[in-house]
Design a protein around this ligand. Structure first.
Ligand SMILES: *[C@@H]1O[C@H](CO)[C@@H](O)[C@H](O)[C@H]1NC(C)=O
Ligand SMILES: *[C@@H]1O[C@H](CO)[C@@H](O)[C@H](O)[C@H]1NC(C)=O
Ligand SMILES: *[C@@H]1O[C@H](CO)[C@@H](O)[C@H](O)[C@H]1NC(C)=O
Length: 277
């Protein structure tokens, strides 16, 4: 999970004015159980699937970076041209957990809590369960009315994964073995504590154990090297920066007030107002 964590810490700064309308505890009076219902659903899932924390982080990040944090990533398209379809569906997962949380919240307070807020809250809770920071995150987001594969800048945005001379040779050999099996290979980008939200990623790239070349470069680049060294040396500093970056990320391009809608079903626009897809 550290790969996506590093991306969030490094690059979140695009925040619109609408985000000023988000409030910690937005649902205090309209749906006082909203946050606890989401948390219960996440806790339940985490008991049997610790990879859910990384999955939600990834979903939240990808949702926020296309059209803002508006749950457009959840829209299911019969024709295959929604934002969701730009990713192989095994890499952005957790849709069913969002459905479970949404169902619980709808039963308590119908048409009140947005899917965009549910993704944000569930990600926050899953990060804390994995040993990450506990932080307050503002809510009040509305769900978007469009989801389009062609806006997806991120589809061409992956690292190459090629072993290179800056990689620890032992690790390179092991990866060649895993990748030469013929089956669909998968390795953890964090070779140590893959299911724990910690600063190990930074220690590992200092030890030349980054899996992706682009990660490894973070440690060697003059601009990012000192940040990597600082986070590697001080886990508390990392956790604090991470929490602040997550709150910033969650404010990216949000819809508030009367914009957008509160979806009944996170995977579909509400009837009548549906535009595309
Ligand atoms: C909701 O309640 C919490 C805890 O009492 C408080 O910190 C927060 O400011 C409240 N938010 C709103 C919008 O009323
Ligand atoms: C992944 O996508 C394929 C093709 O759209 C679909 O048939 C399959 O059910 C999806 N799998 C999951 C787990 O959503
Ligand atoms: C680690 O970072 C925290 C938070 O920034 C800071 O308060 C603390 O003094 C740092 N510890 C060391 C040993 O530098």
């Amino acid at each position: 999970m550290e790969k996506i964590v590093a991306a969030i810490v490094v690059c979140c700064s695009i925040i619109g004015l609408a985000s000023a309308q988000l409030k910690v505890g937005f649902y205090n009076s309209s749906c006082s159980r909203a946050e606890s219902l989401v948390r219960e659903a996440v806790q339940q899932r985490f008991k049997t699937d610790r990879s859910i924390s990384a999955a939600l982080l990834r979903m939240h990040f990808h949702d926020c970076f296309v059209r803002g944090c508006d749950a457009s990533i959840l829209i299911h398209s019969e024709t295959g041209d929604a934002e969701k379809d730009a990713f192989p569906n095994e890499t952005v997962r957790g849709y069913d957990l969002i459905d479970t949380a949404k169902k619980a919240v709808e039963a308590a307070c119908p048409s009140t809590v947005s899917c965009a807020d549910i993704i944000t809250l569930a990600t926050r809770d899953a990060v804390a369960l994995a040993g990450g920071p506990k932080y307050d995150v503002p809510t009040g987001r509305r769900d978007g009315l469009a989801s389009d594969i062609t806006e997806d800048r991120l589809a061409n945005f992956r690292g190459s994964g090629k072993p290179d001379p800056t990689m620890d040779p032992g690790l390179a050999a092991r990866l060649r073995k895993i990748c030469g099996t013929g089956s669909d290979p998968a390795v953890f980008l964090d070779q140590g504590t893959a299911f724990v939200m910690d600063n190990q990623f930074y220690n590992q790239i200092l030890l030349k154990r980054g899996i992706l070349e682009i990660d490894q470069r973070l440690a060697r680049d003059r601009a990012t090297g000192p940040i990597v060294a600082g986070f590697a040396a001080n886990g508390t500093a990392f956790q604090r920066s991470f929490a602040m970056a997550m709150v910033k990320l969650s404010k990216t391009g949000v819809l508030v007030g009367k914009a957008g809608e509160i979806r009944k079903n996170c995977r579909a626009f509400n009837p009548k107002r549906g535009l595309r897809v």
